[in-house]
Design a binder for this molecule. Sequence first.
Ligand SMILES: *[C@@H]1O[C@H](CO)[C@@H](O)[C@H](O)[C@H]1NC(C)=O
Ligand SMILES: [Ca+2]
Length: 189
Amino acid sequence: MAILLQSFVLLSIFAVLSTGIYIDGYGQNTNQNFADKSWEHIFQSSQRSSVLPLYRYMNKLYYMGIHFRARWVVALNFCESLHMKLLTIHSEDENERVHKYIRDASKGHEYWIGGTRLVDGYKWIWMPYGTQVEYTNWSNGQPSDVNEKCMQVWITNNKLTWNDRDCNAEFFFVCERYVDSSTSGPPGL
Ligand SMILES: *[C@@H]1O[C@H](CO)[C@@H](O)[C@H](O)[C@H]1NC(C)=O
Ligand SMILES: [Ca+2]
């Protein structure tokens, strides 16, 4: 039943994407904060094509998953469905940039990113790349609990910092894609 419901939700989202509702919603946003937003075709068929609103920063594209909240694994898979990955953060600059995107989105202050210790229950790994998490920006006192095996970012005291969280909690999320995956990728890959 849960799986059926989940499939239905995902299918509905594809339906919305492929009717182009996104395009109109984002197209009207002329706020200068969105200046680095571009559009990319992801779904194409003979009948119609759809585009995804993406930010571009350095060698990465970013998609803000702000239209439904999901458990961590669902967010991971949804990003893959968009030919993207759940976000990985590798520097203070990038952390700041994501902070800005989250502020601009105005959709709360908690988002899933791609760090997890589900793989061996202990070590923090960026999924689905399988690389070890090196740069970190944990909140004070975090990670707090070995039962919290997934990584989120949250805004506290006007800073974007990281927290370990129960993977079954539902949050918005951020997806990424390296612009040219043949010549660039996350550190360590
Ligand atoms: C963590 O992120 C905040 C901003 O969101 C930044 O001010 C701070 O310098 C970062 N810390 C590290 C160690 O990168
Ligand atoms: Ca925690």
